[in-house]
Design a protein around this ligand. Structure first.
Ligand SMILES: [Zn+2]
Ligand SMILES: [Zn+2]
Length: 90
């Protein structure tokens, strides 16, 4: 499982890579997430280093990556609290 950790860590550094390299690294990371999720209680490693049960992981429709709740809010650009407030106003 050491290899998975090594793959997961540089993901937060990806912003500094050229776009095509980010894409390739992202695909590798998502593939690693899929591989990690096995057994009766599958766990998903998030890019932040946390590991979460698959049933609590949030998957992005666009890039296919799984996120923990905190990272999903950052990735989708809005917290759940902000979303709730926005929809009450609308
Ligand atoms: Zn995404
Ligand atoms: Zn996370």
């Amino acid at each position: 499982m050491r290899e998975a950790d090594a793959d997961a860590r540089p993901l937060n550094e990806l912003v500094r890579l050229p776009a095509d390299q980010v894409h390739v690294a992202k695909q590798a990371f998502v593939a690693m997430q899929f591989k990690s999720a096995k057994g009766p209680y599958p766990q998903i490693p998030c890019g932040c280093g946390r590991t979460i049960p698959l049933r609590f992981a949030i998957r992005c429709l666009y890039c296919g990556e799984y996120y923990c709740e905190a990272c999903a809010e950052v990735h989708f650009g809005e917290t759940r609290e902000e979303y709730r407030r926005r929809h009450k106003q609308a």
